[in-house]
Write a protein that binds this ligand. Structure first.
Ligand code: NDP
Ligand code: GDR
Length: 363
């Protein structure tokens, strides 16, 4: 019987390719990471949860819906997580799923603690029992540092203390501690990425950068008249998401497990964000932005700015997209999507189905 070379090659490729499992594949980072790993020849599995309305627009926008393998689970449900781990047998697990909105965590503290904190134990216990040698990445956050004291360069690095200022931040700090506990207690390759804000054209509409870029596009096209915002003075370290998922991968390619700050090292205020975004389409932000006290959080962190020296030294990672470029990418993407949508073209994006922040409290 002759050898079927195509079939044999397929088997060889699948034997050689690494298997990655991404929780939160329908979110911003999950989609970018899936694309990044597919481009590197990974077999990519993604965990999604059952929703009454399917939410695959980001995978569609990146053209990878047919390339990833989707499995259903809820990260708070150990039985479903173990089932997925048994089936997928991943080499690398990127645990990105969470209730990721800081303001919403004040409205839903218990659900946030369960999904963004306790669920990390669900994943780690599942892995310890099913695939202990898999590498595990936990999506920690700059929010864990809260209003911490800065290092001698006036920034936040890996040695700064956690001082969480929201239920979300407290949950992420728990997750980060758990990642370290499993590393030290069981020798697992388990790490906590301390990523500062990263944005893109795939960002959720509830986050301030995308809220602004979407509103600017709508105002420019005459679809709305104003943009309501909360704290204009908050300063954040905003980078471009596709570069940050690359850092996640690099962290798992190191010889040993360790935690890293990933940031741009520059902070900008929400006011500057609005100014730049409106200027991008030739408008003056002061004519459209309304400050709404209801959009201010019970407690906010004044400034978060990261020191990525360790990542640069050990991972060879550094940010490439400036704040100005980031704002331009986002505003242009929303302008393009709304323009096409108005012409009746099919565009995979979320904004036409969203309700205004004046209706949804706290966003
Ligand atoms: P998103 O909010 O865009 O995505 C969150 C993902 O988690 C979605 O896919 C969501 O699914 C999924 N999810 C939430 N709850 C569950 C659940 N119970 N079971 C299964 N899936 C669930 O977040 P980002 O992509 O922006 O961020 C990724 C991770 O990184 C998050 O953990 C976030 O907290 C963290 N992080 C993000 C930063 C950023 O600037 N983007 C910075 C630092 C940390 P669904 O689509 O169904 O809602
Ligand atoms: P953040 O992002 O809380 O940093 O969490 P968000 O974009 O929600 O807020 C950034 C800053 O902008 C201020 N702000 C507003 N925020 C929102 N969402 N809506 C508004 O109208 C508004 N007006 C002012 C906020 O008060 C805040 O100071 C993000 C998430 O991705 C987390 O999951 C992640 O861990 C952190 O970044 C790092």
């Amino acid at each position: 019987m002759g050898l079927n070379w195509g079939f044999t090659l397929n088997i060889l490729v699948s034997l050689l390719s690494m298997i990655a499992l991404i929780t939160g594949i329908t979110g911003q980072d999950g989609a970018w990471l899936a694309k990044f790993l597919l481009d590197r020849g990974y077999e990519v599995w993604g965990v999604y949860r059952r929703l009454s309305t399917p939410n695959f627009w980001r995978l569609q926008a990146l053209g990878i819906t047919e390339k990833v393998k989707l499995v259903q689970a809820d990260i708070t449900d150990l039985a479903s997580v173990v089932e997925v781990l048994r089936r997928v047998q991943p080499d690398e697990v990127y645990h990105l799923a969470a209730q990721s909105h800081v303001a919403a965590s004040f409205d839903m503290p218990l659900a946030t603690l369960r999904e963004s904190g306790m669920a990390v134990a669900v994943l780690l216990e599942g892995l310890r029992k099913v695939k202990r040698d898999a590498k595990f990445y936990f999506a920690g956050s700059s929010e864990m540092f809260g209003n911490t004291s800065f290092n001698s360069r006036g920034k936040i690095d890996e040695s700064c203390l956690f001082r969480p200022a929201s239920p979300y931040a407290a949950a992420k700090a728990l997750g980060c501690y758990l990642a370290r506990v499993y590393r030290e207690a069981y020798g697992m390759f388990s790490v906590c990425g301390m990523l500062f804000n990263h944005e893109s054209e795939l960002r959720g509409l509830e986050f301030v950068t995308r809220k602004v870029s979407n509103a600017v596009a709508q105002i420019k096209l005459g679809l709305r008249k104003e943009l309501r915002l909360g704290n204009l003075e908050a300063r954040r370290d905003w980078g471009y998401a596709p570069e940050y998922v690359e850092a996640m991968w690099l962290i798992l390619q190191q010889e040993g497990p360790d935690d890293y700050v990933i940031a741009t090292g520059e902070a900008h205020s929400v006011r500057e964000l609005a100014e730049l975004a409106f200027a991008e389409v030739g408008l003056d932000w002061r004519d459209y932005v309304v400050v709404d006290e209801a959009l201010k959080r019970p407690r906010d962190v004044d400034v978060l700015v990261g020191d990525y020296s360790k990542a640069e030294r050990e991972l060879g990672w550094r940010p490439r997209t400036s704040f100005r470029e980031l704002v331009r990418i986002m505003v242009r993407a929303d302008l393009d999507r709304w323009s096409r949508w108005l012409k009746g073209e099919p565009v995979p994006f979320d904004a036409p189905f969203y309700v205004e922040s004046s209706i949804v409290s706290g966003r």
